[in-house]
Design a protein around this ligand. Structure first.
Ligand code: SF4
Length: 341
């Protein structure tokens, strides 16, 4: 069939950004996606989104720092590292009572997933046992559970899986060639090894990264390629917009054009069509209009609660009001979609 003049540009875009037939996503193919005309990229991402998530629902995940600060790693974006003077004091693991109180409040506010984060390089077996107890208790409340505790050995991943942990979060942060610019105390392969251990234990994977740390667009494409080519792709993909915290080496980073974040969300949606793409840290800085664009581009999960690990997040009431104004249903604890009330 002949191509009309009006159709030609769109077909050209499609050819330029196609996934290599039958192969993994290449960095070049994802760079081509990111370079599409903005409206074309968002439109394509929305089509993929609708094909895989017909309800268009938003998952609300609540995050609690169960052990804050004092981390020996040197992640250049993180206020919890002992290497930087950010005013974050080191604390011990929270008591089970305090964690359950927070989980109860998160559930009452409408969260379906409760994530527990601890600032460890790698937990001891005793630490993992304590977190496993927390997982059992939170799960018994009818909440999905997620933990992010640093690097895990195979048997530690199994202990958490046996306790009923649903997801383990371990971010790749950035592309392999940018990673050493922001973290010197561990390597990319360490991250991949833990992800492998988590998968082998039968846990679902939450894995994403951070944009706006000074990386190039090609490196953002490189991160997405790494994530999309994990086999299988992560079930949850958090996309964080750098929160520039005073005292960290990245405090003075040049802010990323917010539309570039929308592009990253869209590329993540297209390359990982069945994953929950979570609009994570830095959401408050985006404002409501940009958040709406991110939902249009395929984001279907947010961190929900007034605080992330140690940085700010939009108010719960503001989030619910925004979802209601956008007619976006939220996913309930049993996976059913309900409109925000
Ligand atoms: S991001 Fe995690 S591993 Fe890195 S310094 Fe912060 S708490 Fe430690």
């Amino acid at each position: 069939m002949n191509t009309t003049v009006a159709e030609a540009p769109i077909q050209l875009h499609r050819r330029a950004a196609a996934r290599p037939a039958g192969g993994p996503w290449t960095r070049e193919a994802i760079e081509a996606l990111l370079a599409l005309p903005f409206m074309e990229l968002v439109s394509r991402a929305q089509a993929v989104h609708r094909a895989h998530f017909p309800a268009g629902d938003i998952e609300l995940a609540s995050l609690l720092s169960v052990k804050t600060g004092g981390c020996p790693e040197d992640c250049g974006y993180c206020p919890q590292s002992v290497h930087y003077d950010t005013g974050v004091d080191a604390s011990k693991l929270m008591s089970p009572e305090a964690v359950l109180e927070a989980a109860t409040a998160a559930k009452a506010a409408g969260a379906s997933r409760f994530c527990m984060g601890a600032a460890w390089r790698s937990p001891t077996d005793r630490d993992v046992e304590k977190v496993a107890e927390l997982v059992r208790s939170v799960r018994a409340m009818g909440l999905q559970t997620c933990a992010t505790l640093g690097m895990l050995k195979p048997e530690q991943a199994t202990t958490l899986a046996d306790a009923g942990l649903d997801y383990y979060n371990h971010n790749l942060d950035s592309a392999p060639d940018f990673y050493p610019s922001i973290i010197g105390t561990r390597g990319y392969q360490d991250r991949l090894d833990t992800l492998q251990n988590v998968r082998a234990a039968g846990l679902r994977v939450c894995c994403g990264g951070i944009v706006g740390m000074g990386e190039t667009r090609a490196q953002r494409a490189g991160l997405i390629a790494e994530l999309a080519n994990l086999n299988p792709a992560p079930e949850s993909v958090p996309v964080n917009n750098l929160v520039r915290v005073e005292g960290t080496p990245l405090a003075d980073s040049e802010p990323l054009d917010p539309f570039e974040i929308v592009r990253v969300i869209a590329a993540a949606r297209i390359t990982m069509p069945t994953s929950r793409v979570r609009l994570s840290a830095g959401r408050r800085e985006l404002g409501e209009g940009l958040q709406a664009l991110c939902f249009l581009a395929g984001a279907n999960s947010i961190f929900y609660g007034d605080k992330l690990l140690v940085t700010g997040n939009p108010d719960v009431a503001d989030d619910r009001a925004l979802l209601k104004r956008l007619d976006l249903p939220v996913t309930g604890e049993l996976g059913t979609a309900n409109y925000a009330t």
